[in-house]
Design a protein around this ligand. Structure first.
Ligand code: 5GP
Length: 200
C-alpha cells in the first residue's frame, strides 16, 4: 500500500488589514488545505463564528491550553492572546493535507524555531498609505485599536525579510495566483520528489 506523504505547513503573515483572509478565501476555491483555527481571547467581530473563525475563549481557558502544552505557538497581539492548537495541525499533516497557519510575526518565529521546514510567506500591501486606507475602511476597530494595529504593522513590515516569500496584495486574484505558485513550487522540491521516486 502506498504510504501517505505528510502534508506541509505554510505560515501566512502580514499586517492587519492587508487582506490575508480574502486572498486565502480565493486560494481555497481551488485547493483543499487545512486552515488552522486559532484560539484567541479577542472578542468576536460581527459575523465571526466560534470554531470557524477562531476558538473564542477567556484568558483562563487560554492559560490552561498553554499549561497543557496544547499550543504549537502563542503570542500577544493588540492586547489579546492568540495561539495555534497543535493537535489538529499534526492530525492534518499526518493525513497528508497541507496546513495554513495565519499567524503574526512572534508566532511565526516560534514555529520556525520548532519546525524549520515550515514555509513562511508574508503578504504585504502595495504601499503604506493603502494599508492605512484599508484598515480604516474596514470599520471594525476603534481609532485607538487602528493606531495600535498600524504601529504593529510597521514592525511586521520591517521584519518581512525573515520570511521565505513576499506577496504584494495588489489584486486578490494575482496574490492568490502567486500563493498557489509558491505551494506548487514547494511540492516540487528535489529532496521531496526524489524521496518519492526512490520510495523513501
Ligand atoms: P485579528 O484580530 O485581526 O483576527 O488577528 C490579529 C493578528 O493575529 C493577525 O496578524 C493574525 O494573523 C494573528 N493571529 C491569528 N491567529 C493567530 C495565532 O494562532 N497565533 C499567532 N501568533 N497569531 C495569530
Amino acid at each position: 500500500m502506498e504510504q501517505v506523504r505528510r502534508g506541509k505547513t505554510f505560515i501566512i503573515s502580514g499586517p492587519s488589514g492587508v487582506g490575508k483572509g480574502t486572498v486565502l478565501k480565493e486560494l481555497f476555491k481551488t485547493r483543499d488545505m487545512y486552515y488552522s483555527v486559532s484560539a484567541t481571547t479577542r472578542a468576536p467581530r460581527d459575523g465571526e463564528v466560534d470554531g470557524v473563525h477562531y476558538h473564542f475563549m477567556d484568558a483562563e481557558e487560554f492559560r490552561t491550553m498553554i499549561a497543557e502544552d496544547a499550543l504549537l505557538e502563542h503570542a500577544e497581539y493588540a492586547g489579546n492572546y492568540y495561539g495555534t492548537p497543535k493537535r489538529y495541525v499534526d492530525e492534518a499533516m499526518d493525513s497528508g493535507r497541507d496546513v495554513i497557519l495565519e499567524i503574526e510575526l512572534q508566532g511565526a518565529r516560534q514555529v520556525h524555531a520548532k519546525r524549520p521546514e515550515t514555509v513562511r510567506i508574508f503578504i504585504g500591501p502595495p504601499s503604506w498609505e493603502e494599508l492605512e486606507r484599508r484598515l480604516v475602511s474596514r470599520g471594525t476597530d476603534t481609532p485607538e485599536k487602528i493606531a495600535q494595529r498600524l504601529q504593529r504593522a510597521r514592525i511586521e513590515l520591517e521584519s518581512a525579510d525573515e520570511y521565505d516569500y513576499l506577496i504584494i496584495n495588489d489584486t486578490v486574484e494575482k496574490a492568490a495566483a502567486e500563493l498557489d505558485a509558491i505551494l506548487c513550487a514547494e511540492h516540487c522540491r528535489v529532496d521531496d520528489r526524489l524521496d518519492q521516486i526512490l520510495g523513501k
